[in-house]
Design a protein around this ligand. Structure first.
Ligand code: CMC
Length: 428
């Protein structure tokens, strides 16, 4: 007999089904609870609520396990290319050579963005945050492809939108950067790989040749893979919930970019470097800053520390820390901010406050140091995260659509005023 949970409400016992995932995770299915008992469940921030069944990414926060479609993140980061991983997330299996060639070719063929969109860039102030630009530009793409607004299109059309998104996001990101600099934009080059092309569009100049450094290319590939998906996080849930209203894929992804921007989510990578620089410029007294982070009357938090699901270590941070060392070593860069980061990690990890709460460095703690070494400006860090996360958002959206999931619409417990009569303004 399958397992059930029993709940007693108002003296009456109800049975609720228990479901189990392929890695033994268990959930109590409360979807009929309100209909049968009149009760809802309350869980602010969805800390203990499963919003869906998903076969994309498995993570075990206690053991520090992260797998995409069953493949350990360590193996993918070491051996795969970002486009291979994107294919894996979206199409469920690793591509064979023919499938990878087809996918790569299709992405390469869609890297250009409509010339008219250049005028949008011109209208942004030159200190505009690139995440604001990226989110707007991705949403604007839907206006250039109006057919994307029909939710009942055949998969072939949706696939074209998916390929366009992956192809155009590096072009738009690089254009946002060039626009901020006031430099001419660099058009994509078809003979370059996905990561090489992005680096070329970011750092190439019409007046000189640009050769991609393989160390930088390799590090970028790794970083994108490590960020490619992370199951039901804030931005992925946003993409799913926006998509559940049958809003088009461009708009759903644009909403995901906006959700990622916040410093508690993807924006942490920018916040970490800014924090480390502040600590350095303040004289490097780490105890002072750790004490500030512990002080409940102070809003300061150690950015890059803590995670909703990882309570032992973040497997991505482990890979990135080593990659940061390798990259800096290979490029011969001595970054004092890296020293501050390492010392801060050491002080925090010995501190009872951080140990008790399971607060460890997360993926964003060291990623900014690599981005800096690659020459990527601080405000672009979260854009890099967005480029990496795009295939994950797409896979989450596709799964939600294919499963025919209902519109996302949580309930609430109302705590406001009870019924009262309107009083005209003169009498108030
Ligand atoms: N510095 C100081 N205290 C912290 C921190 C921190 N970075 N993170 C959590 N805490 C404390 C928090 O004050 C609370 O203490 P208490 O139990 O005494 O009230 C306890 O630890 C639990 O924190 P929480 O806010 O309830 O945990 P959460 O799961 O809601 O938040 C988090 C997770 C990532 C938002 C949070 O740890 C945080 O704000 N970290 C800093 C921002 C950051 O690095 N974000 C990037 C996350 S990784 C990239 C991604 O995938 O988004």
């Amino acid at each position: 007999m399958s397992e059930t949970a029993r709940i007693i409400l108002d003296g009456k016992e109800y049975e609720l089904p228990v479901i189990e995932g392929s890695e033994g995770e268990k959930a109590i299915d409360i979807s009929k609870l309100r209909a049968t008992t009149g009760y809802i469940t309350l869980d602010s921030g969805f800390k203990n609520t499963g919003s869906t069944k998903s076969s994309i990414t498995f993570l075990d926060g206690e053991q520090g396990i992260l797998r995409y479609r069953g493949y350990p993140i360590e193996q993918l980061a070491e051996n795969a290319s970002f486009l291979e991983v994107a294919y894996l997330l979206i199409y469920s299996e690793l591509p064979n050579q023919q499938q990878l060639d087809w996918f790569t070719n299709s992405i390469t063929m869609h890297t250009l963005v409509h010339e008219d969109m250049r005028r949008f860039f011109e209208a942004f102030p030159n200190n505009a945050h690139p995440m604001g630009i990226l989110s707007s530009m991705i949403s604007s793409l839907s206006t250039y492809y109006p057919e994307s607004q029909n939710p009942n299109r055949p998969f072939k059309d949706i696939e074209l939108t998916i390929h366009r998104l992956i192809a155009k996001i590096p072009t738009l990101a690089a254009q946002a950067y060039k626009n901020n600099l006031g430099h001419p934009i660099m058009y994509p080059k078809n003979e370059l790989s996905y990561t090489e092309n992005f680096l070329y569009m970011m750092f190439g100049l019409p007046s000189s040749d640009y050769e991609v450094d393989p160390v930088i290319d390799d590090a970028l590939n790794k970083l994108l893979i490590l960020h490619a998906d992370h199951e039901q996080n804030c931005s992925a849930s946003t993409v799913r919930i926006v998509g559940s209203s049958q809003a088009n894929l461009y708009s759903s992804i644009s909403a995901g970019i906006a959700a990622l921007w916040g410093p508690l989510h993807g924006g942490a990578n920018q916040a970490v470097i800014e924090m480390l620089e502040t600590i350095k410029n303040d004289g490097g007294d780490l105890t002072k800053w750790v004490d500030k982070a512990k002080d409940k009357t102070d809003s300061f938090r150690l950015m890059g520390f803590g995670h909703r699901v990882y309570k032992n270590f973040d497997p991505r941070a482990k890979i990135i820390k080593k990659a940061a060392d390798d990259v800096l070593d290979k490029l011969g860069i001595d970054d004092p901010v890296l020293d501050i980061a390492k010392q801060l990690e050491e002080v925090a990890l010995k501190d009872e406050y951080f140990v008790e709460r399971g607060l460890y460095p997360n993926v964003d703690f060291y990623s900014g140091i690599i981005y800096r070494a690659l020459g990527i400006p601080t405000e672009m860090f979260t854009v890099m995260f967005a480029i990496g996360r795009l295939p994950g958002w797409i896979a989450q959206w596709k799964e939600m659509t294919e499963n025919g999931e209902p519109i996302g619409r949580p309930r609430q417990i109302y705590t406001g005023a009870n019924n009262r009569d309107y009083v005209s303004v003169e009498k108030r």
